[in-house]
Design a protein around this ligand. Structure first.
Ligand code: IPM
Ligand code: MN
Length: 360
């Protein structure tokens, strides 16, 4: 029988993206060997790398390659070198365009704290008793990120700037369903974030979430204002299961919650929508402070690869095998610098990957 060909647009991008993505491909190859598939990696420039080569963070040609692929894997986009670019030409614009072009409205960000890293979070260990295992479902196509924005004459003869936040019922409903479905497969608790004491979009958000919730009577739904939710995340993290948030609140709460996973470098993400290609990336960003040194933690990217196997290719076994291998490598004491104790020996990106592949 001939192997199923899996076409993946590989956008390593900037900074540590260049280091963690090649390692991720190695793990994906190893985890799928003998499972009747063959990867076709289509490497493209994106972000700052693309600005340097073509003057644009994302070219039509690369977007077309993404369109004709089954999935998209990205390392990171951005870095101090391109900080002076106007908004529309910043490296990050590539990420936003891919999410929007393919209608990838739901961003899944699982945050899980391995027991052996419990002491690495800034929280008191007793607050983590019972373990951290949450899933942030962030809306990804609307809100402040995509509303009308600009500058105009201000009231005092000066300039004012504006960004607008827009959410339709349909936009809220589709992401809420993803969150409720996920909660149904997990511990059946959903915390929806909003600022409904002030914002009209948040009032609509809450109404629609309640309406959708009626279809999921077995899910315990609670609403939390975003400001107090930032406290809940660090005060009672073990009680949290699925967190549903709009684009901007989800962006902020996921960085806060990532601290509970031991390191930002450990957290993967998947952006999904009505049809492929879906989009996978670690949430760490390009980490310019450590880029080029071979010390970045590859786990966030590798776990993103596992999510790709699960959501784009229905290869649950191989996905779970990667997650298991990461767990084993950590339990065996292998640490990149971001998760090593001061007196502990740390290993580089490639060595960490080798350990994970060994554990496979
Ligand atoms: C993230 C990032 C992006 C976002 C940036 C790079 C545009 O912070 O994925 O969380 O704000 O969505
Ligand atoms: Mn972010």
């Amino acid at each position: 029988m001939t192997d199923r060909v899996l076409k993946v647009a590989v956008l390593a991008g900037d900074g540590i993206g260049q280091e963690v993505i090649p390692e991720t491909l190695k793990v994906l190859e190893a985890a799928t060997r003998g499972r009747g598939v063959r990867f076709e990696w289509r490497e493209c420039l994106v972000g700052g790398a693309s600005i340097d080569a073509h003057g644009l963070p994302l070219t039509d040609e690369v977007l077309e390659t993404c369109r004709r692929s089954d999935a998209i894997l990205l390392g990171a986009a951005g870095g101090p070198k391109w900080d002076d670019q106007p908004l529309a030409l910043r490296p990050e614009k590539a990420v936003l365009s891919i999410r929007k072009t393919f209608g990838l409205f739901a961003n899944l960000r699982p945050i899980w704290l391995p027991e052996c890293l419990r002491h690495r979070t800034p929280l008191r260990p007793d607050l983590l008793e019972g373990g951290v295992d949450m899933l942030i479902v962030r809306e990804l196509n609307f809100g402040l990120y995509f509303g009308e924005r600009g500058r105009r004459p201000g009231p005092e003869g000066d300039i004012e700037a504006y960004d607008t936040c827009v959410y339709s019922e349909k936009a809220v409903e589709q992401v809420a369903r993803v969150a409720f479905d996920a909660a149904g497969r997990r511990r059946k608790r959903l915390m929806s974030l909003d600022k409904s004491n002030v914002l009209e979009t948040s009032r609509l958000w809450r109404e629609v979430v309640i309406r959708v919730g009626a279809d999921y009577p077995d899910i315990e739904l609670r609403h939390q204002l975003i400001d107090s939710a930032t406290m809940v995340v660090v005060q009672r993290p073990t009680e949290l299961d699925v967190i549903l948030a709009n684009n901007e609140f989800g962006d902020i709460i996921s960085d806060e919650a990532s601290v509970l996973g031991g390191s930002l470098g450990m957290i993967p993400s998947a952006a999904i929508g009505p049809r492929p290609p879906f989009f996978y990336e670690p949430i760490s960003g390009s980490a310019p402070d450590i880029a080029g040194q071979g010390i970045a933690n590859p786990i966030g990217a590798i776990l993103s690869g596992a999510l790709m196997l699960r959501y784009s290719f229905e290869m649950e076994e191989a996905a779970a095998a990667i997650e298991q291998a990461v767990r084993r490598a950590l339990e065996a004491g292998h640490r990149t610098r971001d998760i090593a104790d001061r007196n502990e020996k740390s290993i580089g990106t490639q060595e960490m990957t080798r350990r994970i592949i060994e554990a496979l």
